[in-house]
Design a protein around this ligand. Structure first.
Ligand SMILES: O=P(O)(O)O[C@H]1O[C@H](CO)[C@@H](O)[C@H]1O
Ligand SMILES: O=c1cc[nH]c(=O)[nH]1
Length: 255
């Protein structure tokens, strides 16, 4: 542990003052991290906006201090941020993300709460063996499910596929690269049959790090694409999907 400013997140323990938050809400998108901070936290301070990794600290109406931070996209960036957040005293992380559904019954606008992840992520292999479980914290995860029930948010609990690429790794061909390597052809259908609910790009590595570093992690993602129908993001449902994920996570953070 250190009291110095951490190189990537751009702040250290001393910048947190007497607040000393132990919970972080982690968004891939810096705008989302800022929105959460400015909408839900009181006495918000901008801790850093280094490399697009915007971080904010404040407290909830009940006085609980909370950090709202940015992971960036993908596991390599997340792994750096999470390592540094743990160094400044964070013990619980809820990822608030977006995802693509690969099950026909999970519509855009709803949320997926991850019970665990199939972790097809290179960064995680630097942290733990490939067989190491990518398991969400059961207590935070049940709390997210309860929160979604209480808020009447359409939610699904199950296994997430966390992969390194948005296009090839999620079997998208409507992109600059129309060619998929053979091992990725049909992977979405295979995952669908394995009862995997969704694709995203950070939860698996986050969960493995939580096991190795000994902190609690959970993930809630708004569904912004329906991959059994099409590859594209459904912009008309994006705001409601993200809002549902944020509301659900904030209810848990407020407990
Ligand atoms: O919306 P965020 O949290 O960034 O999450 C998802 O969106 C990005 C891809 O569009 C990836 O980071 C993926 O995991
Ligand atoms: O389809 C999607 C949507 C958001 N994020 C992903 O990683 N995939």
């Amino acid at each position: 542990m250190t009291d110095k400013r951490l190189y990537h997140i751009g702040f250290g323990r001393e910048d947190l003052g007497s607040l000393s938050p132990t919970m972080a809400l982690l968004s891939g998108d810096p705008q989302r991290a800022g929105f959460i901070a400015h909408t839900y936290l009181q006495d918000v301070q901008v801790l850093s906006e280094n490399r697009g990794l915007h971080s904010y600290v404040g407290h909830l109406p009940n006085g609980k201090p909370i950090l709202s931070a940015t992971s960036g996209m993908g596991a390599p960036s997340l792994s750096i941020v999470v390592n540094e957040l743990v160094q400044v005293g964070i013990q619980k992380i809820i990822r608030i993300g977006t995802c693509g559904s690969i099950q026909p019954h999970i519509p855009v606008g709803s949320i997926v709460i991850s019970s665990g992840a199939l972790c097809r992520q290179g960064a995680a292999n630097d942290i733990a063996p490939v067989e190491y479980p990518a398991a969400a914290d059961p207590f935070l995860t049940v709390a997210l499910v309860k929160a979604a029930q209480e808020l009447n948010v359409e939610h699904y609990l199950g296994i997430t596929a966390s992969v390194d690429t948005f296009y090839e790794g999620q079997e998208r061909t409507d992109s600059a690269n129309p060619n998929l390597i053979r091992k990725l052809e049909g992977i979405t259908e295979e995952y669908r049959k394995l009862n995997i609910l969704n694709y995203e790009m950070e939860a698996g590595t986050l969960f493995k790090m939580a096991g190795v570093y000994n902190f609690a992690a959970a993930a809630v993602c708004g569904v912004v694409a329906q991959r059994t129908v099409a590859e594209n993001i459904i912009f008309t449902s994006k705001d409601i999907a993200i809002s549902n994920a944020i509301l659900t996570a904030m209810r848990v953070a407020s407990e």
